[in-house]
Ligand binder design. Structure first.
Ligand code: RTP
Ligand code: MG
Length: 141
C-alpha cells in the first residue's frame, strides 16, 4: 500500500561543527529518499521550545535547548515511502555509545561527557510529529 510520507530531519549543531552534514545527506539520498527542502539556520528559544514541547520540564531540557542553539542546524524535509520509520532506522538509537554500528549515531557519534546527549541528528517519530515539526521549521511547505 502506498504510504508516501515526509519527515523533518535536523542535522544538529554537533554534526554541522564536525563537518558531517554532507555525510548525513549522503546517507539519506543513498537510502533512496528525496530531499524536499533544506535550510541552514540557528534556532532560537521559541522554535526549540515548540519543537521539543514534549520534553519541557524534564531535567535535560535546558541543556538540550542550549546545545541545539549552540550553532547552526541544517533542517531538512525528506520524502518517501515510510520515510519516518526509515530515517529513524538510519539514525539509530538515541544514545550514540549504544547505537548500532551502521547507523548515523552508531558510526559517527560517541559520548563526549556533555550535559546532554549529543547525537548528530533528529528525525520525526510519527506522522503527527512530522506534520507538526515541518509546520514549525518550514511554514511555507
Ligand atoms: P530526536 O528527537 O532528537 O530525534 O532524538 P530521539 O527521538 O532519539 O530522542 P528523544 O527522546 O526525543 O530526546 C530528544 C533529544 O533530547 C536529548 N536527550 N537527552 N537523558 C538525557 O540526557 C537525554 N534524553 C534525551 C537528546 O539530544 C535527544 O536526541
Ligand atoms: Mg524524539
Amino acid at each position: 500500500m502506498s504510504d508516501i510520507q515526509r519527515t523533518l530531519i535536523l542535522v544538529k549543531p554537533d554534526a554541522v561543527r564536525r563537518g558531517l552534514t554532507g555525510e548525513v545527506l549522503r546517507r539519506i539520498e543513498a537510502k533512496g529518499y528525496t530531499l524536499v527542502a533544506a535550510e541552514l539556520r540557528t534556532a532560537d528559544d521559541d522554535l526549540l521550545a515548540a519543537h521539543y514541547a514534549e520534553h519541557q520540564g524534564k531535567p535535560f531540557f535546558g541543556a538540550l535547548v542550549e546545545f541545539m542553539k549552540s550553532g547552526p542546524v541544517l533542517a531538512v524535509v525528506a520524502e518517501g515511502q515510510r520515510v519516518i520509520e526509515g530515517f529513524r532506522s538510519l539514525a539509530g538509537s538515541t544514545e550514540p555509545t549504544a547505537a548500532a554500528p551502521g547507523t548515523i549515531r552508531g558510526d559517527l557519534g560517541r559520548d563526549w561527557g556533555s550535559a546532554v546527549v549529543q547525537n548528530l541528528v533528529h528525525g520525526s517519530d510519527s506522522p503527527e510529529s512530522a506534520a507538526r515539526e515541518i509546520g514549525l521549521w518550514f511554514p511555507a511547505l
